[in-house]
Design a protein around this ligand. Sequence first.
Ligand code: ZN
Length: 257
Amino acid sequence: MPELPEVEAAMNVLRRRAKGRTIAHLRLLHPAMRRRLSPARVRSLAGAQIERVERRGKHQLLHLTDGRVLHAHFRMNGDWECGKVTDELPRFARAVLEFTDGTRLSFVDSRALGTIELHPAGALLDLGLGPDASDKKWTTEQLGSALATRRGPIKPALLDQKLVAGLGNIYAAESLWRARIDPRAPSRSLTPVQVKALRRSVAAVLERATGSRYTDDSTVALDVYDREGLPCRRCRTPIERIVQAGRSTYFCPSCQV
Ligand SMILES: [Zn+2]
């Protein structure tokens, strides 16, 4: 599932290949895409220029010069594929943004769960998101007070975009492993030391994933996610997998306590 680092990489594609360009046509190739955008609204995009692009959590916002916002969300899968309007379409293209300069961006999504919406100019865009996981202004105190009032274990809590925006199943597990916190621990039982470790771990894991500082680090491979039965990279205990809220959780039963 694309999480903050993957969506940030997609944003880089949008910054290079969409920002400043004028839309000639948005082609919706999948019925689920057409259900959210009427033909009239799709037509209204012709001639609109993309002024800037913005990431909020895992959401991608393409701000048009007329104030409207084209809102893309990959959900379980998805990416942008660059090309020319004359190229053959990628296999799983669900929508295609064609620009007046003859280039295009295809919304490629094998699961076809991704969405594109269009918000009117001036609309208050409340995406129900908490602080962004990569925001340096997001404090340990904020995280601590949010967790103090929560029922349920910490791992599913980290997937709640209202608590913190941008984390998904992979980086939540990686962050908890790095902070040495048991994913089954009740959110409100975390000590201040654990909350601090978690906040720092989220930052470190995302920083490494986005390659901003650790690009030459040979340990860039994931530490715990999808490593069931393999030795913990810290203590060599086999990694275990459990299911929480319908999602796989990987953790070390020995050093995550
Ligand atoms: Zn371990």
